[in-house]
Ligand binder design. Structure first.
Ligand SMILES: *[C@@H]1O[C@H](CO)[C@@H](O)[C@H](O)[C@H]1NC(C)=O
Ligand SMILES: *[C@@H]1O[C@H](CO)[C@@H](O)[C@H](O)[C@H]1NC(C)=O
Ligand SMILES: *[C@@H]1O[C@H](CO)[C@@H](O)[C@H](O)[C@H]1NC(C)=O
Ligand SMILES: *[C@@H]1O[C@H](CO)[C@@H](O)[C@H](O)[C@H]1NC(C)=O
Length: 635
């Protein structure tokens, strides 16, 4: 399917090429010249200050014969120049609203030999003062009144600071009457009150010119502009005859009679017809192709870009940081249409399927139904919390946490794609009945490693992620085991998928929702405070530790009612000094191992304290487990 538009684009480009060739041949060569120079500018993106990124606007032009004869711009950095009456000016500013330019003479780039002057002898560093009066006569420009006024109020302090007048008559003249600098200003009366005096007139004038003086032009006074308006109404391009001293106005039309010299007089009509037919044909094809491509793209964009989830995600995180978005079809086919045989887990939020992506990666695909029994049970997902989940998960990177590979938001369902961890869960190993996961593979050393890795994952969520994340569902069924018995904690933050009040945010440190978590692991403090905190994770982790020590289930209905929960059961045994009775018989309880088991049981005892303030935080848990493990290895 993706192949099709590529063919179309190739076809389109070929036809466009042919079309543009025809139009070049049939157009006025100057028309092409005037447009292509602008194109060249666009492509080369050579700087053309003060015009930021676009080619200079009309009436400026970069190529002789195009635009207005007095607006011929030479691009260069840091300043572009225009030339008026053989004097070159840096263009500092252009304001189309007031039709004015700010100009500063550029003497270094002068072309005329008449402007050289004995600068070194008359005035050492007055680099901007030209050797004669600046004359705008014959150009559409006139110096703005305010600038003339500034010169007219200028007067020298007495005695005037004159250079050698027989040697530098022009400078002398300037000091005596600064208005001589701008020929334009001479005629008008600028009778402003004189204020103060200047000791060094030449230096003042030099600065005046460096900062620039403003000139204005009046479109209604210049016949070029009125001719141009007429030309533009006929879709022409305005220019002038550059070989004509008068620089008379010319209007370049895009389609003029076809007349290259290499074609016979008799053939011309035929070629003209051929051109028109080809042009019409390629226009029709271009339209068709565009139509197809546009529709295809629209369909595609409707699927992905317009999806509210995708829009929301892209507003909050740049696309490069987000996990890839899968299409529903991709995930459907990767799980063999959500084949029940591929189901590897089932939760209150949806089902987990084993999937194989097109690149052969094996993944776990969690399918969250938007509107199903989960919603009926008060556990509905909103797009926002689904997004929240993706944003959180995509910012988490820890070797003991399951990784999110991607997501899919589709009207048919919300899907999350995770690492598949192949060796079952800790619960499978501890309580499993099948032969696949042997309890005997869980030696005390392996159990200690599993405990430490789980604690490290929790510590990461609580201390390294900002704002901290409360997992809220640490259970032995959410600890996934790899082939090498390393573990990954999964399903974390999934409870965030529950719709929760707007006011509760992860940053407050508390999450207020309806009762949740898994029985046997749920913080008893929750029933008092209705809050799940980091310490709730510590409680759940304590229960997992007790499972590791005893090999018993977190909840066992066959036990006495008061001891149905593992925490109650083991804690009462510990309090009676009967820990040995509940230690998993699979573990050989020789002296040294028993010491480690006792230390872990004690840590678990603290973790499952009824008052959350009596529990250690995950950092302390990690430290304590490290200590116990180093002693066990030290044997
Ligand atoms: C500009 O210089 C050329 C020679 O370089 C001269 O023929 C022409 O008259 C000059 N134009 C003005 C307006 O000074
Ligand atoms: C010209 O006027 C428009 C609005 O009329 C304004 O947005 C723009 O900034 C003005 N340009 C300059 C250079 O002042
Ligand atoms: C002025 O310049 C002329 C010619 O270069 C020279 O003869 C004269 O002595 C100079 N005068 C002063 C005051 O420097
Ligand atoms: C341009 O001006 C020259 C000299 O005046 C003239 O010979 C030529 O025909 C003009 N070209 C156009 C296209 O008007």
């Amino acid at each position: 399917m993706a192949q099709q538009p590529h063919h179309s684009f190739l076809l389109l480009s070929i036809w466009t090429l042919i079309c543009s060739l025809y139009s070049i041949i049939s157009a006025d060569p100057q028309f092409h010249e005037c447009t292509s120079k602008q194109d060249t500018y666009l492509r080369s993106s050579s700087p053309c200050p003060p015009f930021a990124s676009t080619p200079p606007p009309f009436p400026f032009s970069l190529s002789p014969g195009c635009g207005h004869p007095f607006f011929q711009l030479k691009c260069s950095s840091p300043r572009s120049t225009i030339s008026i009456n053989n004097l070159s000016f840096a263009l500092l500013q252009f304001d189309p609203n007031s039709s004015s330019l700010l100009l500063s003479p550029q003497l270094s780039s002068l072309t005329s030999s008449t402007t050289t002057r004995p600068a070194a002898t008359c005035s050492s560093d007055l680099s901007s003062i030209p050797a004669h009066s600046i004359n705008l006569l014959g150009s559409p420009f006139r110096v703005s009144d305010s600038y003339c006024s500034r010169l007219s109020v200028l007067r020298s302090c007495s005695p005037p600071n004159l250079p050698n007048c027989s040697h530098c008559p022009w400078e002398c003249k300037l000091v005596k009457n600064p208005l001589n600098l701008l020929r334009d200003c001479g005629s008008g009366t600028h009778s402003l009150q004189q204020q103060g005096c200047q000791t060094d007139i030449l230096e003042y004038l030099d600065n005046f010119l460096k900062i620039g003086f403003q000139v204005e032009y009046d479109e209604s006074q210049d016949s070029y502009f009125s001719s141009c308006r007429e030309c533009k109404s006929k879709k022409g391009i305005c220019g002038f005859n550059s070989s004509d001293p008068e620089k008379s106005f010319l209007c370049f039309q895009s389609r003029t009679p076809f007349s290259p010299t290499w074609i016979h007089q008799n053939d011309r009509k035929r070629v003209a017809i051929l051109c028109s037919v080809s042009a019409a044909l390629c226009l029709v094809i271009a339209f068709l192709v565009f139509g197809i491509v546009f529709r295809y793209r629209r369909l595609k964009s409707l699927k992905t870009e317009d999806d509210p989830t995708t829009l929301f995600l892209h507003r909050h995180r740049s696309a490069s940081l987000l996990p890839p978005a899968f299409t529903f079809e991709e995930l459907e086919s990767s799980t063999n249409r959500f084949d029940p045989k591929r189901k590897i887990g089932d939760g209150g939020f949806g089902s987990v399927y084993l999937g194989q992506l097109s690149d052969a990666r094996i993944v776990a695909v969690k399918y969250l139904h938007r509107h199903n029994q989960a919603a009926a049970a008060g556990r509905a997902f909103s797009t926002k919390s689904f997004c929240n989940e993706i944003l959180i998960l995509s910012s988490i990177h820890h070797s003991n946490l399951v990784k999110l590979h991607g997501y899919c938001s589709d009207p048919r369902g919300l899907l999350l794609v995770y690492d598949y961890v192949p060796n079952g869960t800790l619960a499978d190993h501890l309580h499993g009945t099948n032969n696949l996961h042997r309890k005997s593979s869980l030696t005390w050393q392996v159990r200690l490693d599993i405990a430490l890795q789980t604690a490290l994952a929790i510590e990461y969520l609580h201390f390294s992620v900002k704002p901290p994340i409360v997992h809220r569902d640490i259970t032995s069924s959410n600890i996934f085991i790899e082939k090498d018995m390393r573990i990954k904690v999964g399903d974390f933050g999934l409870s965030r998928l529950l719709v929760m009040p707007e006011t509760s945010s992860s940053s407050s440190g508390y999450v207020c929702t309806g009762p949740q978590g898994t029985p046997g692991y749920l913080d008893p403090d929750y029933h008092r405070s209705f809050r799940l905190t980091e310490k709730s994770d510590v409680y759940s982790f304590g229960v997992v530790l007790l499972e590791l020590v005893s090999g018993l289930r977190a909840v066992d209905q066959s036990r006495d009612k008061r001891e149905m929960a593992l925490a109650d059961h083991v804690v009462s045994k510990i309090q009676m000094g009967l820990l040995r009775q509940v230690v998993d018989p699979v573990l050989g309880v020789d002296g040294e191992t028993m010491k480690g088991i006792e230390s872990v049981a004690e840590l678990a005892f603290r973790c499952v304290a009824a008052d959350k303030d009596d529990r250690p935080d995950s950092r302390e848990v990690v430290e304590e487990l490290r200590r116990i493990r180093s002693q066990a290895i030290g044997i």
